[in-house]
Design a protein around this ligand. Structure first.
Ligand SMILES: CC(C)(COP(=O)(O)OP(=O)(O)OC[C@H]1O[C@@H](n2cnc3c(N)ncnc32)[C@H](O)[C@@H]1OP(=O)(O)O)[C@@H](O)C(=O)NCCC(=O)NCCS
Length: 171
């Protein structure tokens, strides 16, 4: 299995994979909208014997911070592995490769909305522990608060933060 940057020739395979993994078209549409807006900061695929078996997208996100500053980070997702290849470490390899790719860059934070049990292994922790929230979280779904997680690679002063994904995620 090889992990590499996605190119246009992979797009139909990525769409089919996302539709199969999520069982709905929403995530594939988000990915297409991100590409159209040049907001596909990093799109990786896992290729196995010529087949696309996994994919991950990183796109720009920002946080309006209590300090008055707007800090730029990256949203992780969608990430997906074709159902028959799940549970073999492909998702983990894709996410680790993505996070490592950005190590040389001054990324203020990474954020993800997903199962804490899965994302903990990469260093994600609940954003709310730092008083950071996803802007779409109105508090009506308590699980969402724990599911919205961040990694802050470099020191940032404490204080409330409201995180905004790229508009492709709206709706
Ligand atoms: C989530 C997903 C990308 C993980 O990729 P994967 O290649 O199957 O996962 P890996 O092989 O890297 O990791 C397997 C581990 O993750 C755990 N895991 C996988 N999906 C999980 C989930 N939704 N919640 C909690 N744990 C999960 C497995 O139990 C396993 O744990 P272990 O290492 O302790 O045995 C993949 O299962 C998938 O495409 N799911 C459907 C789409 C989806 O839900 N994407 C995430 C949206 S945020």
């Amino acid at each position: 299995m090889q992990i590499r940057t996605a190119d246009a020739g992979d797009y139909p395979g990525i769409r089919d994979l996302l539709n199969a993994a999520f069982g709905q078209p929403d995530e594939a549409k988000i990915v297409e909208a991100l590409r159209e807006d040049d907001a596909d900061s990093l799109e990786l695929v896992a290729e196995d014997h010529g087949d696309i078996v996994g994919t991950v997208m990183f796109s720009p996100a920002s946080v309006g911070h209590a300090s008055g500053e707007t800090l730029n980070g990256l949203g992780l997702g969608p990430v997906a592995v074709i159902p028959k290849h799940q549970g073999k470490g492909i998702g983990e390899a894709l996410i680790k490769a993505g996070l490592e790719h950005f190590e040389p860059y001054p990324v203020a934070f990474f954020c993800v909305l997903g199962e804490p049990e899965y994302y903990r292994r990469f260093g994600f922790t609940a954003a709310i522990e730092r008083d950071w929230m996803w802007e779409a979280d109105d508090g009506s779904v308590p699980e969402m608060r724990q599911a919205f997680q961040i990694i802050i690679p470099r020191a940032i002063p404490p204080g409330k933060g409201i995180v905004r994904y790229h508009p492709a995620f709206d709706g």
